[in-house]
Write a protein that binds this ligand. Structure first.
Ligand code: SF4
Length: 346
């Protein structure tokens, strides 16, 4: 019977060092392999040219490298790049490179599909198949970093966990991937340049505060009125705004770091004065800023971007209350790479 080879990237550096010692080699060989796997993102043992042929063969006999493969890559008119990424078991997720004048941001997926059912989001139409492993998340970032160097001549500057899936429903693997992304042996990025965006899972937000994570937290709020929020994010019925508020207060008390609220204004849904007043009230709980995000209608057209007047109303009222508000234009609309549009159409 053929023995199933183990994914070498599931091994820690210590385990790799032990493997070489057990096989009569020097421990530092493990360091070399680790560097090839993570810093240099080697896709095959043959790529590891600083190792002898015998060592490469020995690795090949014992392990596989379950690397992701960028199946298709689409480039938008505005420079945005969308990757459809095939995982080792054939499933596909999407990740996006978003360039601006000053930064290049990777938007990565944390799950195949999503178990939440936000009604405005294309990903919610895909059943959650499984969580991504830490290395599958890491690989998306490494692939986008390469594309950033290729197309924009600069390294990736920021990462947002805002692709497919709810990152806090895959918390342990997201944390492990961030450890690798920020490690000097990985991509060496600062955690301050990473933002995890969640629909709001109060228990995990508190856990993140206890774990003293150093990355930024964003919450897809979209309404500060329970009935409205539940109608567009049914998940809110289980974790209502009072629980979210309490967890955010806990987060701020422990970390002293402000929160970003992601907020889309839809016509006829959350474009009224009472919606604005509720958001202003919610913004008083902890130091925060608001990103008003342009909406990209998905197929059925049930949700439509609010009128410019309604959006201006939000901006002027928030500013009147000294709340920092940024308007975020969505990018990559022509290739379905914009916020809420990731649905494996390709
Ligand atoms: S918005 Fe995020 S959490 Fe909600 S369904 Fe889409 S991917 Fe899942």
């Amino acid at each position: 019977m053929e023995v199933k080879k183990k994914d070498i990237r599931a091994l820690s550096k210590e385990e790799l060092r032990d493997f070489f010692v057990t096989n009569g080699d020097k421990a530092f060989r493990g360091n070399q392999v680790y560097e090839w796997l993570w810093t240099k993102s080697a896709h095959s043992f043959d790529d590891m040219t600083s190792l002898s042929k015998d060592t490469r063969q020995m690795l090949d006999q014992n392990f596989v490298i379950n690397h992701i493969k960028v199946d298709t890559m689409q480039r938008s008119k505005d420079g945005t790049v969308k990757n459809a990424v095939r995982l080792h078991d054939g499933l596909v997720v999407e990740s996006v490179l978003i360039p601006t004048k000053t930064r290049t941001t990777a938007c990565v997926s944390s799950q195949v599909g999503c178990s939440l059912d936000c009604r405005f989001c294309a990903t919610s139409r895909l059943k959650r198949m499984r969580n991504l492993n830490p290395d599958e998340i890491y690989d998306q970032v490494a692939a986008i970093n390469k594309e950033s160097l290729l197309y924009h001549n600069r390294k990736l500057s920021n990462i947002v966990f805002m692709g497919m899936g709810e990152p806090l429903m895959n918390y342990n693997n997201v944390i492990k991937s961030i450890e690798k992304i920020t490690s000097p042996e990985g991509l060496g990025m600062s955690p301050k340049r990473i933002t995890v965006s969640t629909s709001g899972v109060p228990k995990i937000i508190k856990k993140m505060a206890d774990d003293d994570v150093k990355f930024n937290l964003a919450v897809s709020l979209h309404s500060a009125i329970d009935a409205v929020r539940t109608s567009i994010m049914p998940f809110n019925a289980t974790f209502p705004l009072k629980d979210l508020k309490e967890s955010l207060e806990y987060w701020y008390e422990k970390t002293q770091r402000m929160i970003t609220y992601e907020y889309v204004v839809w016509g006829g849904i959350n474009d009224k004065k009472e919606d604005i007043n509720a958001l202003i009230q919610f913004c008083k709980y902890v130091p925060c800023k608001v990103n008003l995000i342009e909406y990209n209608p998905i197929d059925d057209g049930e949700f439509q971007q609010a009128s410019p007047e309604a959006i201006n109303n939000y901006i002027s009222n928030l500013e009147m209350h000294d709340i920092v508000v940024n308007v975020r234009r969505s990018r990559g609309k022509d290739i379905d790479a914009a916020c809420g549009q990731l649905a494996n159409k390709s």
